[in-house]
Ligand binder design. Structure first.
Ligand code: GDP
Ligand code: MN
Length: 400
């Protein structure tokens, strides 16, 4: 689970990470009010979306008057920001963060990640922050410093000092940086994070160390024991279809194509997507309905796939080992009756009770075509794209 920058700043500051004075706002009036309250002569108005690289996309505005703050807030609220992390659809800005702007002398990078290969938390630092870590890794890989943390004892002060020295900080900044790094580490561990990023960790003109941008990601499997963290979830940032899928225990990922897929098993789902591509089509989604999918779950899968307006044909591919094809067929029939099938459906059933499943589909007299095998199913789906009326699919292809 991801959270917003301002939420991460709140959490991290409780662990001693220094951040500028700021607050979240939802309207231009609130932005101005907040800027007045913060005081000073310069502010930064920042779009709160779950993405980095907002600066380059125009989501971070430096303001030197209250009118600037109001104008920046009016412009950003409701705007769709597209960064290389959001994908082409971008993300709509619903919240802003207003904070005191500081004069920056240096921008550093600090990141804490779970290194799965080392099975350890790894603290990464680089002397030229501001840009994304991928960019630093590509442009100046030798400047990246790493400290691997021994879990039995946790991060030691000498490790944080080592990073601070490596970043070339002066004596005055080292104590501050060490405090910030150790604080970030404690937040990472105590809150079950999987990622903490401070980018930039800035050194201001007067030598103060401040976290100007923070990002945190949490382990979904640990949220049950972190109710305070779980409360920070912003559903507006999530694809509503993902939330709907999670409710029914379906593993769903939306894609850009036109062929909706309903498949049992992640491996078979991948193979189905490959076959669709091989036949010249594009899958609209990845959807694994799981091993013991009940008719209710199949029906939920249908509703989910058909809620995507781009879907022009649905391919159901079931290999029933644990599952039973007759159950799946019942689910398809139930869903088809509910939604009155706006698009053709191609079904390939194999395994347990496949014959019974096909019989049920046939007797339902619904416009559902049965395919012989996976390649056949993929080809029929692509053909159906060009002839979207079900009665144009060859009779031999219908459930037989
Ligand atoms: P990101 O683009 O989503 O990573 O957003 P950041 O919060 O990191 O902002 C991008 C850039 O804006 C930073 O790297 C800084 O160069 C600049 N910036 C952010 N806050 C301040 C500030 O308080 N003062 C100044 N001068 N620049 C800032
Ligand atoms: Mn940043």
């Amino acid at each position: 689970m991801d959270i917003h920058e301002y939420q991460a700043k709140e959490l991290l500051s409780e662990f001693g990470v220094p951040v500028p004075h700021g607050g979240v706002v939802y309207s231009p009036d609130q932005a101005v009010y907040r800027a007045e309250e913060i005081g000073g002569a310069r502010w930064v108005v920042k779009a709160q979306i779950h993405s980095g690289a907002r600066g380059k996309a125009g989501g971070v505005r430096l303001c030197s008057s209250e009118e600037d703050v109001r104008a920046a807030a009016s412009d950003l609220l409701g705007r769709r920001l597209v960064t290389h992390q959001t994908g082409p659809a971008g993300k709509v800005v619903h919240r802003l963060y207003v904070e005191a702007a500081v004069p920056i002398a240096r921008e550093l990078y600090i990141g804490l990640v779970l290194d799965r290969r080392a099975e350890r938390v790894c603290v990464v630092a680089a002397p030229r922050g501001g840009m994304e870590i991928e960019e630093i890794a590509a442009r100046a890989p030798d400047t990246i410093l790493r400290e691997v943390i021994e879990p039995a004892v946790g991060m030691q002060a000498f490790q944080a000092r080592e990073l601070a020295f490596g970043l070339g900080l002066g004596a005055q900044q080292i104590t501050q940086a060490v405090r910030a790094i150790l604080g970030a580490y404690r937040a990472f561990v105590d809150l079950d994070a999987t990622m903490v990023e401070i980018n930039p960790l800035a050194v201001t003109d007067d030598g103060t160390v401040l976290a100007l941008d923070t990002k945190m990601t949490f382990d979904d499997n640990a949220l049950f024991r972190r109710p305070d963290v779980r409360e920070l979830r912003d559903y507006a940032e999530e694809d509503p279809r993902d939330a709907e899928a999670a409710k029914h225990g379906l593993n769903y990922i939306a894609l850009d194509g036109e062929i909706g897929c309903i498949v049992n098993g992640a491996g078979l789902a991948m193979a189905t997507m490959d076959m669709i591509k091989h036949a010249g089509g594009e899958p609209a989604n990845f959807l694994d309905i799981g091993g013991g999918a009940s008719p209710e779950r199949v029906a939920a899968a249908f509703r989910l796939v058909l809620s995507d307006a781009r879907v022009r044909v649905v391919l159901v591919n079931i290999f029933a080992g644990i599952n039973r094809c007759d159950w799946v067929a019942r689910g398809i029939i139930q869903a088809a009756r509910e939604v009155r099938l706006p698009v053709p459906v191609i079904v390939r059933l194999a395994g347990t009770n496949a014959e019974e499943g096909r019989r049920l589909l046939r007797e339902s007299e619904l416009p559902i075509a049965a395919a012989e095998h996976l390649a056949d199913a993929a080809e029929r789906a692509v053909t159906a794209l060009h002839q979207p009326r079900i009665d144009s699919i060859p009779v031999t292809a219908r459930a037989s």
